[in-house]
Structures are given as C-alpha cells and as structure tokens.
Design a protein around this ligand. Structure first.
Ligand SMILES: Cc1cc2nc3c(=O)[nH]c(=O)nc-3n(C[C@H](O)[C@H](O)[C@H](O)COP(=O)(O)OP(=O)(O)OC[C@H]3O[C@@H](n4cnc5c(N)ncnc54)[C@H](O)[C@@H]3O)c2cc1C
Ligand code: FES
Length: 278
C-alpha cells in the first residue's frame, strides 16, 4: 500500500500527488513512469514520475482527470492509500550535453517533461520550454520551469495567456532565430505529430514520449505497440521515448481511440454511482 502524503489541486483538471514510495524514489530517472492501481477493482494506468525526494522517500506525480480512473483518483485525499505502484518503468531519457534544447509540452505533458528539462539543464544545456494549453487556467508548472530554464513561453488556444495559438507557432519563431540542437515533445499525439512534421522540415533531431495505452508495462501484453521506422515496438519497454520523425502517429492516434465507447460508458457509470452516493 502506498500512502498519499500530499495532494494539491493545480486546476480543475489536474491534481499533484506526493506518494510514499522510497524504492522508486531512489531508482527513478527522468523520462520514467509508474503504473498504479488504485484498489483491487481498479485498472492499471501509467503516470510519469515528475519528481522525487530520496530523503523523504516520496515521488511526485501530476494526474489529469480524463476518464474513470483518473476521476476516481481525483477523489483520493491526503492520508489515503493506493493499492499498487509499480516502477520505475520505461527507459530513462538519454541526457547528454547537446546545446540548445527545446522542451515542448501540451497540457499535463508539462509535468511529464519537467524532470527531463531539469536534467538537460543540469547536464549543461541551454533549455527553453514551450507550454501549450487550452486556456490560462490549464497552464501548469510555469513557476517551476522558470526557476531553472533559459526561457519559458506559453501558448493558449484561446489567447487568455501568452501567445494565442499552438506550441508549433511559437517553436517556428524560435527556429527562425536560433540554432536548435534537439526538440523533445510530450503531450497529445496530435501535438507531437505537428511538432515532428515541423522539425523534420528543418532537420532538427526530435524525441517524443508516446502515450500509448498500457496495461502491464513490462512488454508482455502487447497493448502498447507502436510503429517506429516501420517496425513494431512496445512503448513500455522500448520507449516511451522515440525518434519522433520515425513514429507512425496516425496509427498511434487510431489505437488510442480503440475503446472510446467503453471509456465513455465507464465514466458515466462512475459519475452516476458517485452522484447516487451523495
Ligand atoms: C508513459 C505514459 C505516461 C503518462 N503520464 C501521465 C501523467 O504524468 N499524467 C497524466 O495525467 N496522464 C499520464 N498518462 C496518461 C494516462 O495514463 C491516461 O490519461 C489514463 O490512463 C486515463 O485513464 P482513465 O481511466 O482516467 O481514462 P479512460 O477513459 O480509460 O481513457 C481516456 C484516454 O486515456 C488513454 N488511456 C486510457 N487507458 C490508458 C492506459 N491504461 N494507458 C495509457 N493511456 C490510457 C486513452 O487515450 C483514452 O482514450 C501517461 C500515459 C503514458 C503511456
Ligand atoms: S504495456 Fe503491455 S507490452 Fe507494453
């Protein structure tokens, strides 16, 4: 059992949880994730380890309410316990000194890219961060990035904060003004696809972290399979990061939609059950 030491509401959709998991806190590296199960009847969901505190034996995660499990998680309080937390899973990001690195995040992707951006900075790179969100309320972790990054830029779809438009609009402006040595993108598949198409045009090496559906996270079930350079890979054990220019994003997006009806029904049933309890 894993105790929730702290919970903080970042906005209507995203909660930050600090969880007691000393072994994971000690081993985890930037880019890695956990798979958790809230209780015995819960499903397994992958969540990136955004931070850890080795002395306190805790890991920090940010969870966006999107479907049944993440909504249910949102109802957990400080002092509550999570049944299973497995990890660290996946390969760490290959952090090297390269020069000017652009970290591009969409929505809760900001939490996922945070440890990567920090590690690139600690390795001696210049790190620039572009965070995109639907509106100002949904922008997270700006202050945290500003504490170490060489530049932090915000875009919102509705123009309520930062540049009105998409992260790709902001990136294009930087491509025209600065030599960029690497781009890493984490967020919705469509955002990563657009960034990948843009950087391919300018021949900028680009990594992306694939948010494929996962179950076991150990390469056994095959659910997370993705196509990279025409070859089937498992996002959990071969990734989650891949060369974005080689990823078949259309297939990824198609597979992400495989269970939309079931996911909708499951969320409706959960909301109905919660409503009945109140
Ligand atoms: C490596 C990795 C790291 C992630 N890190 C984070 C994070 O730090 N914070 C965060 O909020 N989210 C993260 N996600 C996404 C998160 O796992 C999904 O939002 C969550 O599983 C949705 O479950 P649900 O029951 O709430 O929603 P559902 O209604 O079941 O699904 C909503 C959508 O979420 C995706 N999804 C559903 N089940 C899974 C699953 N088992 N594995 C992956 N995706 C799924 C599908 O696209 C689906 O359409 C990560 C995903 C991956 C693969
Ligand atoms: S999640 Fe099962 S093989 Fe990757």
């Amino acid at each position: 059992m894993y105790r929730i030491v702290k919970k903080e509401k970042m906005n209507e959709a995203v909660n930050k949880f600090v969880i007691e998991a000393p072994l994971i806190a000690r081993k985890r590296k930037p880019g890695q994730f956990i798979i958790l199960r809230l209780h015995e009847k819960g499903e397994r969901i992958p969540i990136t380890i955004a931070d850890s505190d080795i002395e306190k034996g805790t890991i920090t995660i940010y969870v966006q309410k999107i479907g049944k499990t993440t909504y249910e998680f949102g109802s957990f309080k400080e002092g509550d316990y999570i049944l299973d937390v497995s990890g660290p899973l996946g390969n760490p990001t290959p952090i090297e000194k390269k020069g000017n690195i652009y970290c591009i995040a969409g929505g809760v992707g900001a939490a996922e890219i945070y440890p990567i951006a920090k590690a690139y900075k600690e390795e001696g790179n210049n790190v620039y961060v572009i965070i995109g969100a639907r509106n100002k309320e949904l922008v997270i972790m700006e202050k945290e990035f500003k504490s170490f990054a060489d530049g932090v830029y915000i875009t919102t779809d509705d123009g309520s904060y930062g540049r009105k438009g998409f992260v790709s609009d902001e990136l294009l402006e930087h491509i025209n003004n600065r030599k960029i040595d690497e781009v890493i993108a984490v967020g919705p598949a469509i955002m990563m696809k657009v960034i990948s198409e843009l950087t391919l045009k300018y021949k900028i090496p680009t990594l992306c972290s694939l948010n494929a559906i996962m179950i076991d996270g150990t390469g056994m079930c095959g659910v997370c399979r993705v196509e990279v350079d025409g070859i089937t890979k498992y996002a959990c054990v071969d990734g989650p990061e891949f060369d974005a220019h080689k990823v078949n994003f259309d297939l990824l997006m198609k597979r992400l939609k495989s269970y939309l009806d079931e996911e909708r029904i499951s969320l409706e049933q959960y909301k109905h059950m919660i409503g009945e309890r109140r």
